[in-house]
Design a protein. Structure first.
Length: 202
């Protein structure tokens, strides 16, 4: 059975209003972009998030997060399950860059089958997660591409080109402070900064 429901629990914390149209009209952050790409690839699905109003865009319906989330079918849950009262059986947790939920909470949901898989972004994140919940859950942890659409390009790659594409307050100042030290080790290193300052700092 294919999953046709996505729950963005980050809306419980950030309160960033967005829908699929915003990705194409004003740009969004990485987590929101990944979620929308996933939803559009699934097609004919429903996203529960902090949307301003219910709307359908590119075949995806966006509904303001609330208690109307259906519990009879599994869902993709982005980031966290800590503040969800009930989780549909067989759901998949997409960690993105989230700090891990409480160990006992995650293990309980894995053991009872509410969470079927936890998807991580890298082998490093997988190791950190298994250090947190235990190696007995290795088969329950999978890697995924974070909803990214890959485009092949003929552009010559520079392995020493670094891209900062986030909000400035999420580490750019620290990166700039250490950049001269990086240049000592990698003389031809390039730093490219792209930021729209989409989020407001708390």
């Amino acid at each position: 059975m294919s999953i046709k429901t996505i729950i963005d629990t980050n809306t419980l914390y950030s309160k960033v209003e967005y829908s699929g149209k915003d990705l194409y009209t004003k740009g969004l952050g990485g987590a929101e972009t990944a979620l929308i790409n996933l939803a559009e690839n699934l097609g004919d699905c429903t996203v529960y998030n902090f949307t301003e109003k219910e709307e359908t865009y590119n075949g995806v319906t966006y509904i303001r997060y609330g208690f109307q989330v259906p519990l009879d079918k599994p869902a993709f849950i982005q980031r966290s399950v800590a503040n969800i009262g009930q989780i549909p059986h067989g759901s998949i947790l997409l960690l993105h860059d989230q700090i891990f939920d409480n160990k006992d909470l995650l293990c309980s949901h894995l053991d009872n089958g509410n969470i079927k898989k936890i998807a991580v972004l890298s082998n490093f994140q997988k190791k950190l997660l298994l250090d947190h919940i235990g190696d007995q859950y290795t088969s329950s942890v999978i890697k995924y591409r974070n909803g990214t659409k890959f485009v092949r390009s003929s552009v010559t790659k520079n392995k020493n080109k670094f891209l900062y594409a986030h909000n400035p307050w999420r580490g750019l100042e620290n990166l700039l402070k250490m950049w001269q030290s990086i240049k000592i080790g990698i003389p031809d290193a390039e730093l490219h900064v792209f930021s729209g300052g989409f989020f407001k700092r708390d």
